[in-house]
Design a protein around this ligand. Structure first.
Ligand code: SF4
Length: 266
């Protein structure tokens, strides 16, 4: 038993812990990887408060997390937080059945809040799973992103529209995109849009991405309405107009709603 072992005999990695929400296997419903199968590692804690957030249960670290035992069966077991690196590695190995998954998704919450932990964990996960590592982030913590660049294969970065999210992080978004560009790391931007979208915010998206590399793909994601939010799904006319506007300067602008919600997935 881990708890009973003398501290000095343990691997240092056992002593470094993090707060998880869950690990499970599912079909990615957003962005470049839409439709692919991923092992999701969802971390606890977020420092933003987006109006459209469908993961408010992740904002504060919890006493326990849940770990799927068989990929896709939702046969979760409950485990106390915090958890160690060897535990996470074991759970990923358990999920990683041959030819099932396309990549591993680091999600949250905001995974970059755990950057120091991930700096140690990711080389081990990469070596053990041989799967590409995909980071989902709010794109507002460039110093933490910088620590992880060597261990990532793809970054999905939110550009938060102030009129929709209630958050404003243009400078940090710019720095995060610059870092990915300098590292030649694949990155795409996700922009949640609603009827309430201010077109000036989309102009800012065009300038921010266009200034760094107009070939960075941008995914416009119509908001999924939540009972507690006044945000409404944009009209077809709005979506068509906004895509046309962005395509004036950006090469790839796609519109994709959250497909995992259509499949009634997690
Ligand atoms: S960054 Fe993500 S998890 Fe955090 S509040 Fe925004 S949508 Fe929710």
């Amino acid at each position: 038993m881990l708890d009973a072992a003398p501290t000095q005999s343990l691997s240092p990695d056992v002593l470094i812990t993090t707060s998880l929400v869950e690990i499970f296997s599912a079909i990615q419903g957003e962005g470049v990887n839409v439709g692919t199968r991923q092992i999701f590692i969802r971390f606890g804690g977020c420092d933003l408060r987006c109006r459209f957030c469908d993961s408010a249960h992740t904002w504060h670290p919890k006493d326990t997390c849940r770990i799927e035992q068989t990929p896709g069966l939702r046969d979760f077991k409950t485990v106390p937080n915090p958890v160690s690196m060897p535990q996470i590695l074991d759970w990923v190995v358990q999920q990683n059945q041959p030819r099932l998954h396309d990549s591993i998704s680091l999600t949250g919450g905001e995974p970059l809040l755990q950057a120091d932990f991930l700096q140690r964990l990711l080389p081990l996960i990469r070596g053990g799973s041989h799967l590409p590592i995909y980071l989902e982030t709010g794109g507002h913590r460039p110093q933490d992103l910088q620590k992880l660049l060597p261990f990532l294969d793809l970054v999905g970065m939110d550009l938060k529209l102030p009129s929709v999210s209630g958050e404003t992080h243009w400078l940090a978004h710019t720095k995060c995109l610059q870092l990915c560009q300098q590292e030649r790391l694949d990155v795409f931007c996700k922009v949640i849009i609603a009827q309430q979208t201010d077109p000036n915010d989309l102009q800012q998206v065009m300038q921010t991405v266009g200034m760094i590399n107009p070939e960075i793909p941008v995914y416009l994601q119509p908001v999924t309405p939540l009972p507690q939010s006044s945000l409404q799904t944009p009209t077809p006319a709005q979506v068509l107009q906004w895509q046309a506007d962005l395509k004036q300067q950006l090469k790839t602008v796609r519109v994709i709603p959250q497909t995992h919600k259509m499949l009634d997935q997690l």
